[in-house]
Design a protein around this ligand. Structure first.
Ligand SMILES: Nc1ncnc2c1ncn2[C@@H]1O[C@H](COP(=O)(O)OP(=O)(O)OP(=O)(O)O)[C@@H](O)[C@H]1O
Ligand SMILES: [Mg+2]
Length: 323
């Protein structure tokens, strides 16, 4: 049975001022025991999708089921199977970590004794045992995200939804959370997470969907998505703008990206000399050229036509200066 089966869901917000199609058409399937990533920029519709799938927001159109349970007609059963850590949590800062776990356990119906036991287990699991008696308001950003993760696990959910679990964290804290998320997956929990970070999707997700403007524009494993581009990415830089414009006419299929041209071909490195020859024949001076394997960044550019903000671009190994 599929952990999550989403079929053409849609969410339209109607306000007095405007109608926003936050999610236009999103479908994906998640197998049990995998980490599935929803990768997309600000406003893509990630949180709206998570809110619908966790029954916190009604769906406008389409259908979805969790472990075979329809999220609309079986919402109560669905809520028992899932845990969720939302992007904007309203954690009560005045409580200590331990008190917060204990209260949440009690809310889920555990006895006092079981709540105490579960509290200690979960504090340990997310590495907060030593900070257990400190007020949550004194926790660092990374500790708060680990707390969110721990709280979402109180009732031992089969399926976990994490909305941007590492946004705003430094690279070290991000790695710690990645390890915790992987450990949960290895213990059989299915995880659906959203992210704006290419590196996170690449490192963590067994499969992923790229979501842009409310639509799924690509889906697969990170390797499948990279392979779908086919071959190597060759990047050309030019001395000036007019050379770039002229080169665009010479190199068919080239995509303009900032002040570079990119072209995807099989055996990229071997084809560089003939490309440069063609350009030189047309009086165009290439200032540098590089060939590299496609990255998720290249996939994102290919399917959306733009780069995710803050992404560094594909690493330009094999860069050659052409003089
Ligand atoms: N309650 C709402 N009413 C009206 N519009 C909304 C509402 N919630 C979200 N939107 C709009 O829907 C679109 C998708 O928002 P959503 O929060 O799902 O994006 P996101 O991918 O989670 O972005 P981010 O990375 O910034 O968290 C945005 O244009 C947003 O402004
Ligand atoms: Mg969001």
């Amino acid at each position: 049975m599929l952990a999550v089966d989403v079929k053409n869901i849609k969410k339209t917000f109607v306000t007095k001022q405007e109608t926003v199609e936050a999610v236009k058409d999103v479908s994906f399937q998640v197998e049990q025991g995998e980490i599935f990533g929803l990768l997309g920029p600000n406003g893509a519709g990630k949180s709206t999708t998570i809110l619908m799938l966790t029954t916190l927001l009604s769906i406008t159109k389409g259908e979805a089921s969790i472990l075979g349970l329809d999220i609309v007609t079986k919402d109560k059963e669905v809520r028992e199977k899932i845990g969720v850590a939302l992007q904007d949590t309203g954690i009560d800062n005045l409580l200590t970590g331990k008190e917060l776990f204990f209260t949440t356990c009690r809310l889920w119906g555990y006895s006092k004794k079981d709540s105490e036991k579960r509290t200690m287990e979960l504090l340990e699991l997310v590495g907060l045992t030593e900070a257990a008696d400190r007020r949550v308001k004194t926790y660092s950003g990374g500790m708060k995200r680990r707390l969110d993760l721990g709280l979402s696990l109180v009732h031992s959910p089969d399926i976990l939804f994490l909305d941007e679990p590492t946004t705003g964290l430094d690279p070290g804290s991000r790695r710690v959370l990645w390890e915790e998320i992987k450990r949960l997956r290895d213990n059989g929990v299915t995880i659906i997470l959203t992210t704006q970070y290419l590196e996170e999707a690449d490192e963590l997700a067994d499969r992923l969907a790229i979501i842009d403007e409310g639509l799924v524009v690509a889906e697969g494993t990170s390797d499948e998505l990279k392979a779908s581009i086919g071959g190597d990415v060759i990047t050309f830089s030019f001395e000036n703008d007019s050379d770039l414009k002229n080169a665009k006419n010479v190199l068919n299929d080239a995509i303009e990206d900032k002040d570079q041209l990119r072209i995807t071909v099989e055996n990229g490195a071997a084809k560089i000399p003939s490309f440069i020859n063609d350009l030189n024949k047309n009086g165009i001076i290439v200032s540098s050229v590089s060939a590299s394997k496609p990255t998720l960044d290249d996939v994102f550019l290919e399917v959306t036509g733009y780069r995710l903000e803050g992404s560094a671009g594909s690493d330009s190994s094999n860069e050659l200066e052409v003089k």
